[in-house]
Ligand binder design. Structure first.
Ligand SMILES: Cc1cc2nc3c(=O)[nH]c(=O)nc-3n(C[C@H](O)[C@H](O)[C@H](O)COP(=O)(O)OP(=O)(O)OC[C@H]3O[C@@H](n4cnc5c(N)ncnc54)[C@H](O)[C@@H]3O)c2cc1C
Length: 411
């Protein structure tokens, strides 16, 4: 039987995961990625948290469970603490000692997923331009432009998978008036590399102030602001600091904002006022900190049209507070592959219908819950961490996320 061909736009976590899932379902994928080369050690990459279900899927695709295990660190604890900015002390607010996630650096994860795919299916330096569905809805023609030469290339396939991120141009085709929702805050973030001797003292001081560091996802809550801190493999410290501010003006097609030395110095000075000295020091010592502007969107009413389907951040842009975006992307891919495999290549419509029926209710709830968590932690709803009730403390925990124990996944 002739193998069906899927064109995947976007070669980040969602797109590459879909390529794996499509291969497992007996399809031939081709991935179109606008970056000139796979982003190895990308400067905009930082930490992310993988849940047990996503880890299981990745291990199936990579076929070397040791590789993922040895490139990540355990996050067995999810801990929310309050910081008293004047006294520079912190105390526990809500703790889950059975968290069971793992911490990865984005670039490490990307490399592992990428290297486990056949190299000839990924076309880097191809900017997606447009698509056209055939009159009988059986084929889709995609036009892309070669970054190097400016030449236009046409590829015809049976399915188009839009994994082109939160600013998706394929989603815009179906929702021309779509706008992302600015959360009300942006995040400074960075990764401090402590593998050399020069930072030995910083990391040992940090371990004194944060005794569970190395196995814990720390959330520090102060007055209408919060910070996330956890360790990555190879003695790297990942931090994210959310700050309420008017929506910054973004240039280009990225939610990462350019920063200058003055902005960085102001951030360091402010950190010394708000956070315990050990955390402020980590921020000061980090090279190349950057700002992510934080967006999400209300759930979309649908995820597929004929033989075009949205996955990952293109399908459900989310704020990061429920550590969902990468996990949702991997689960989208796994379930899409399952549905395509189950219905066979002749019944794409039924496969996409089932994919949407399984995923849309789940991702919609998760995105809205992450929004609520962020609004609480940023004090954008009435919530004071110093006077938190038991009910509020439970809401701060990752375990409060709908489907925390696992999303529906048909066997
Ligand atoms: C370089 C990079 C670094 C990241 N670092 C982190 C991190 O440290 N922590 C974290 O939690 N999340 C990070 N993310 C985001 C994270 O990957 C996503 O939130 C999540 O995994 C969902 O992934 P996605 O594949 O749906 O979207 P994205 O990761 O945003 O990927 C979209 C992909 O589509 C490509 N693309 C977009 N438009 C076109 C086009 N017209 N033609 C061809 N290709 C196109 C983009 O270049 C990109 O590779 C990063 C994303 C990127 C691209």
């Amino acid at each position: 039987m002739e193998m069906k061909k899927a064109i995947v736009v976007g070669g980040s976590i969602a797109g590459l995961s879909c390529a794996h899932a499509l291969i497992a379902a007996g399809w031939t994928p081709v991935v179109i990625e606008k970056s000139a080369a796979p982003p190895d050690g990308s400067p905009t990459g930082a930490g992310l948290c993988l849940d047990p279900q996503a880890l299981r899927l990745l291990n199936l695709w990579i076929k070397d469970s040791n590789l993922l295990h040895s490139s990540t660190l355990p996050l067995s604890i999810d801990l929310n603490q309050v910081t008293d900015s004047e006294k520079k002390i912190s105390w526990d607010l809500a703790k889950d000692e059975n968290f069971g996630f793992r911490a990865a650096h984005w670039a490490d994860l990307h490399k592992i997923i990428y290297k486990a795919l056949p190299a000839n299916i990924i076309l880097c330096g191809h900017q997606f331009i447009s698509f056209e569905v055939s009159d009988d809805k059986a084929a889709v023609k995609v036009k892309s432009q070669l970054f190097e030469t400016g030449d236009m290339v046409e590829i015809v396939g049976d399915l188009l998978v839009a994994a082109d991120g939160c600013l998706s141009s394929i989603r815009r085709h179906f929702f021309p008036d779509f706008k992302l929702r600015y959360s009300g805050y942006s995040a400074w973030r960075g990764v401090l590399d402590c593998s050399g001797q020069e930072h030995a003292e910083i990391i040992s001081n940090l371990r004194k102030a944060y005794p569970e560091f190395g196995q814990c996802l720390y959330f520090d809550l102060a007055d209408r602001t919060h910070c996330v801190l956890y360790e990555l493999k190879n003695k790297r410290i990942n931090w994210i600091w959310y700050i309420n501010m008017p929506e910054p003006e973004l240039k280009g097609s990225s939610v990462t904002m350019k920063v200058n030395d003055e902005m960085i110095e102001n951030m360091h000075e402010e950190a010394e006022k708000v956070w315990v000295p050990e955390l402020a020091r980590v921020m000061r010592e980090t090279k190349g900190s950057f700002i992510n502007v934080i967006y999400d969107s209300n759930p979309l009413p649908q995820l597929f049209w004929d033989n075009v389907v949205l996955v990952g951040d293109a399908a459900h842009p989310t704020t990061p507070h429920g550590v969902r975006s990468t996990n949702m992307s991997i689960l989208d891919a796994g379930i899409l592959g399952h549905c395509l495999g189950k219905w066979g290549s002749k019944n794409i419509d039924s496969a996409l219908r089932e994919f949407q029926a399984i995923r849309l209710p789940v991702v919609s709830e998760q995105v809205l819950h992450a929004r609520q968590m962020g609004r609480m932690k940023q004090g954008l709803v009435s919530f004071n961490p110093k006077e938190a009730t038991l009910e509020e403390c439970l809401l701060l925990l990752q375990r409060s996320m709908p489907y925390f124990e696992g999303v529906p996944f048909p066997i």
